[in-house]
Write a protein that binds this ligand. Structure first.
Ligand code: NDP
Length: 325
């Protein structure tokens, strides 16, 4: 495994990490989750990502039960949660958002579900237009001082809001956000590469990037239709199917063209897509998702490809995908 610093912080995360979205508590039950987490930890993965909203808290419960069962030393891994969407289908106004009340309560609930004493990373899952940023920054600072959270960050916040959070933290001597959790993959690049560019230099911001395979699209699995047991057939995820596949043939055509490069390198399309993310030095960790062991095995082996992705291959890849969208 390769380890990278989370931005300017001293925390070293595995370059490949593992998340629970869609899978844990839906496609993947406890025994399979145990198998996946054991495999990941065994291969040096030290960061497991979660959120209050993933299957309404069930993903955290499953992960917490399995972590307790596996008895990994607590200092050998990091675990995260994210607050904003709530853990109910129809959350009450106090059960969602980034108010001090919900940030504090959601943290307590995540600690209970994950069965840990502190969260290594805690994210504001989206910006909350109904809460002043001052209130959220102060709540996160409180959680850090209470020892319930070690590092806090944002997920899909506009760069402007992150600047604002840093200004508030600096002026009030509060803990500032350390990391962002943005989507980043071959088909979705501009926020990480363009919008956030000034933040890396200004604050040493780290990133834990999500959907490196664009929910599986970049594995090539949707080139000829939607396999029956895939994420895009899960009830309740019709919106995801539309967002992943509702772009005509353009994205699939790109995947087919990228597949030729993967074939030349003798690797899978998924491995090419994952290793490519790590070419960006501002990516602290690529968060993998997997609904079965073979996928995780294959994706973790993407690291072996990284030294072979030279400037010439990177150029050819970018010629296929075009300008950052
Ligand atoms: P990916 O884009 O890598 O999608 C993972 C899915 O793709 C798997 O569950 C599987 O789905 C399929 N897949 C994975 N590997 C392969 C393979 N080798 N061959 C074929 N299919 C494969 O990542 P995620 O979208 O899961 O994102 C990773 C993590 O990021 C999440 O678990 C979550 O922790 C985090 N995240 C954060 C978000 C945020 O807003 N902050 C949003 C989304 C995710 P299938 O079951 O169909 O086979």
């Amino acid at each position: 495994m390769l380890y990278r610093r989370l931005g300017r912080s001293g925390l070293q995360l595995s370059a490949l990490s593992f998340g629970a979205w869609v899978t844990f508590g839906k496609q993947v039950g406890r025994s399979q989750a145990r198998d996946l987490l054991a495999l990941a930890h065994d291969r040096g993965v030290n960061f497991f990502d979660n959120a209050e909203t993933y299957n309404n808290g069930v993903a955290e419960q499953v992960m917490g039960d399995v972590l307790a069962d596996l008895r990994f030393p607590r200092d050998s891994y990091c675990v995260s949660s994210k607050v904003f969407f709530g853990a109910y289908d129809k959350p009450l106004p106090t059960q969602r958002g980034l108010s001090r009340k919900h940030v504090m309560e959601a943290c307590t609930q995540a600690l209970q579900r994950l069965r840990v004493d502190y969260l290594d990373l805690y994210f504001c899952h989206r910006p909350d237009p109904d809460t002043p940023i001052e209130e959220t920054v102060a709540a996160m600072d409180t959680l850090i001082r209470q020892g319930k959270v070690l590092y806090w960050g944002t997920s899909e916040w506009p760069a402007e809001a992150i600047h604002e959070a840093h200004r508030i933290a600096r002026e009030n001597h509060l803990y500032a956000p350390v990391m962002e959790q943005p989507e980043y993959n071959l088909l979705h690049r501009s926020r990480v590469e363009v919008e956030y560019a000034p933040l890396y230099a200004a604050y040493g911001m780290g990133t834990t990037i999500w959907s490196p395979l664009a929910s599986g699209l970049l594995s090539g699995k949707y080139n000829d239709g939607v396999p029956a047991d895939s994420r895009l057939t899960q009830p309740g995820y019709e919106w995801l199917r539309e967002s992943v596949l509702g772009h005509g043939s353009e994205r699939i055509d790109k995947v087919r063209a990228l597949q030729l490069i993967a074939d030349e390198l003798g690797v899978s399309m998924a491995q090419l897509a994952i290793a490519w993310c790590l070419l960006n030095e501002h990516v602290s960790t690529v968060m993998l998702g997997a609904s079965r062991r073979e996928q995780l095995e294959q994706n973790l082996a993407a690291l072996d490809l990284l030294p072979r992705l030279d400037a010439g291959i990177a150029r050819r890849i970018l010629q296929v995908v075009g300008a950052a969208d």
